[in-house]
Design a protein around this ligand. Sequence first.
Ligand code: KG4
Ligand code: ZN
Length: 330
Amino acid sequence: MKVLGIDTSCDDTAVAVYDSDDRKVLSNVVSSQYEAHRAYGGVVPEIAAREHLKNIDVIFEKALERAGIDVSDIELVAVTYTPGLLPALLVGLTFAKGVAFTRYIPFKGVHHIEAHMFSPFIEGKLEFPFLSLVVSGGHTMIAVVRSLGNYKLLGKTVDDAVGEAFDKVAKMLGLGYPGGPVIDRIFRNYRGSYLVLPKPQVRGVNMSFSGLKTAVKRMVEDGYSKEMIAASFQKTAIDYVVGKLRKAIRETGIRRVSISGGVSANSYLRERLQELEDTEKVKIFLPKMEFTSDNGAMVAYVGYLRFEKAERIGDSFSLNAYPSLPITGV
Ligand code: KG4
Ligand code: ZN
């Protein structure tokens, strides 16, 4: 079946077409709004909504065209309804309902974090159980996934998400937004020594990133170079996340590990995960680069899985958007 996937939860307008018969993504179109928000140093919800509204028709048409299909070929519409910026979510949700309603096809609301969690399996083979590390701009958590909808949270950040820390550190260093890719680029070209940042002490596999931010602030005041601070921050933050993941692997004995979210694009994280495969004898599942940051393909995929699980019954058109809902409530 051909599934349309829509995500407008934050600052990317994303529409994709997924073919569940061939297990293939036929198109995956994302329009970023960086320019519209740059002057504000962060994402402004009302501006995000206005940009989505301006772009969604065009992105939708492009997704159909690239997939080589007509709107009449779509059999299911999947859309992110939580978590995210409320005005932004509403644009995608309303658009999705419109497509489903006018075409007499079912539609399915998708939890954005659940979509990330399954993103490494979009075009691959899905097997349970697995450990899931989500590292995005809004979430950082490690959970056991026993089946679709059956999750046990092992730990999460007690303050900032790791992507958020990258963004805030980049802002402090005057490197622009989003910070992750810029800091990663600096790290890759950096050849000097690293400053020692204190590793936050939190129990179990919980994590904390706000202390790293404070340490960075001090280093800026002490006059260290931007490159040295950025590279040292990336090394510390990623080593810290990998340490927590290793702990979760040892505690659960689960050998299949899914990594997802914007920060899963990080080159040093990917390098460290390769080592982990050897030392811990685990299999790491990473999303394709184009599925690391927000995209419609992961929404289409999870929408399809949910639709199948619900014996092919869609959601009610009265489904609302929510800024935040626990993932277990999906
Ligand atoms: O998953 P995502 O696209 O959006 C949310 O659901 O939050 O994640 C965006 C986050 C941003 O904080 C961005 O700075 C970070 O992912 N990011 C990276 C890299 N690419 C994107 N962080 C570290 N290294 C990267 N290469
Ligand atoms: Zn996301």
